[in-house]
Design a protein around this ligand. Structure first.
Ligand SMILES: Nc1ncnc2c1ncn2[C@@H]1O[C@H](COP(=O)(O)OP(=O)(O)OP(=O)(O)O)[C@@H](O)[C@H]1O
Ligand SMILES: [Mg+2]
Length: 474
């Protein structure tokens, strides 16, 4: 501990004297100055600097480590390296200020301390640099804010419409699961709202303020999945960025990582994911450093994952780790009473044509919709309503309009399928046929997209591209 009688700490008096001489000479050019000893403890601070930092009158900083009053001070580095930092910019009391730091050495060249000066307002020649820095910093924080908004979730539980007992139960299960922090697995057919519910879990959890990051296993080529997940160290391979590229795990730190279509995760990545879940640490590609991550995993799939485990297409150990909280999202055909309310909500999102006040869905149209089996679930329902809205002659969506918008339904209710000439352009007819084929293949493949692709004789990525084009969920 420094003696109170010796305000200059352990720095030899001769050096202090010399420093004071410099302070005196430069006084009118700086706005604050500080001196530390060889242990980076404050040995002197001028009144103006105290005021700038807002130090209380009765607070005596002498003898304290410099970081106590300047958390990001570099003076310790200066005494440790013996090298000055002649020009730097430092955030002090919410302002960017120019600082200059010089080591104090005795005649043997041994570092005995350091001094730091703070310049501001009067360094007009530095103003352009400061202005530029300020502008860049503003841009950066705007971009960061936009990015974090982007990573925030779009949906909450209230977006999941439903009045059936199944949905009521589902919602209370989701609320309970949100409060626990373990991994969650959402199972259900395509278009049942798994992604929506993943957002909702995040939003109702303690992590709501943190990021929500989604990775679609099926949409990212296998070769890129590892770097997508874990990041790439600078210069990890020829052509790699010179800077670290963060992986989704790191981006999701403090929040939720949504692994969509987890059934499509290649076995090699499954092994790596398992290790991360066990250790809570990630290792970027080409780096040896492990980094701790705090991420909640929510996974979803429309495939029969238990069967995949039995067939060894999915690792059992990984399955048991992510299936701690399992949520089965019911198919639309099993909760027909939800169809009416969901339609009402979906129609609110479809802009009415021209001057129309809004859409009117006739009760007999709803009962018609209730008779269909909805292989594409809510997503398919939305597509039907959009098509109906596009062809409706007025704001009224009645049974006739619905039948027209749904060739599949037309077959089901026994009407003869419309002749091709009746359904407009060739492209439209082909598109509709393709869509039906996709849905049919998905149904036959039990939701397994890789299998459905094989049934149709197209590659996995072609299949995904088509699903995306028809808005059948990727
Ligand atoms: N209960 C619901 N109420 C309102 N909208 C819903 C509901 N369920 C699903 N949706 C809407 O239906 C569409 C499909 O939902 P989502 O993308 O969450 O399905 P999914 O289960 O992830 O499908 P896939 O397995 O094909 O990826 C979205 O536009 C979603 O907002
Ligand atoms: Mg989905």
């Amino acid at each position: 501990m420094i003696e109170q009688t010796n305000p200059i700490g352990a720095t030899p008096p001769r050096l202090v004297e010399a420093a004071m001489g410099v302070f005196g000479l430069l006084r009118e050019y700086f706005e604050g100055a500080i001196m530390v000893d060889a242990q980076a403890r404050i040995s002197w601070i001028d009144r103006r600097y105290r005021t700038l930092l807002g130090l209380p009158r009765d607070f005596n900083p002498i003898g304290r480590p410099v970081e106590e009053i300047l958390p990001n001070s570099m003076l310790r580095k200066v005494v440790e390296t013996g090298r000055p930092i002649l020009l730097d910019i430092m955030l002090i009391a919410d302002r960017q200020l120019v600082v200059c730091r010089i080591p104090l050495k005795d005649e043997d060249g041994v570092v005995q301390g350091a001094i730091g000066f703070v310049f501001y307002d009067n360094v007009d020649y530095l103003e352009p640099i400061l202005k530029k820095l300020e502008a860049l910093q503003k841009q950066l924080s705007r971009a960061q804010a936009a990015l974090s908004r982007e990573r925030q979730t779009k949906y909450s539980l209230s977006n999941f419409v439903g009045v059936s007992e199944m949905v009521t139960e589902l919602k209370s299960q989701i609320r309970r699961f949100a409060l626990r922090d373990g991994p969650a697995l959402l199972l259900g057919e395509t278009g049942t709202g798994k992604e929506l519910l993943a957002h909702a879990i995040h939003q109702a959890s303690d992590r709501a303020e943190g990021p929500f990051v989604a990775v679609n296993m099926a949409a990212v080529p296998e070769a890129l999945l590892e770097s997508e997940f874990f990041g790439v160290a600078p210069g990890a391979y020829t052509g790699a960025d010179r800077k670290l590229r963060k992986g989704k795990f790191e981006l999701a730190h403090g929040g939720t990582l949504f692994l969509d279509e987890i059934g499509d995760m290649p076995l090699s990545i499954q092994a790596k994911l398992l290790r991360v879940l066990q250790e809570g640490e990630i290792e970027a590609l080409g780096s040896n450093a492990l980094r701790k991550v705090d991420v909640r995993i929510i996974a979803a799939t429309s495939q029969n994952i238990e069967r995949m485990v039995a067939e060894r297409a999915f690792r059992a150990d990984l399955y048991y780790r992510i299936a701690v909280l399992t949520i089965n999202v019911p198919a639309l055909r099993d909760r027909v009473e939800d169809i009416g309310p969901i339609c009402e909500r979906l129609l609110e999102t479809i802009p009415p044509a021209g001057e129309l006040p809004g859409w009117v869905l006739e009760p007999e149209a709803v009962s018609l919709l209730e008779r269909y089996d909805w292989p594409g679930n809510v997503r398919e329902l939305r597509n039907v309503l959009e098509r109906a809205a596009a062809i409706a002659p007025s704001e009224v969506l009645d049974a006739a309009v619905i039948v027209k918008a749904m060739p599949a339904l037309r077959e089901m209710v026994g009407d003869a399928p419309a002749p091709v000439a009746d359904s407009g352009a060739l492209a439209e007819t082909l598109a509709r046929a393709e869509r039906e084929a996709l849905l049919d293949a998905l149904r036959r493949a039990d939701g397994q997209k890789a299998v459905a692709a094989r049934l149709l004789g197209v590659s996995r990525s072609q299949f995904y591209e088509k699903l995306k084009r028809h808005d059948l969920g990727v």
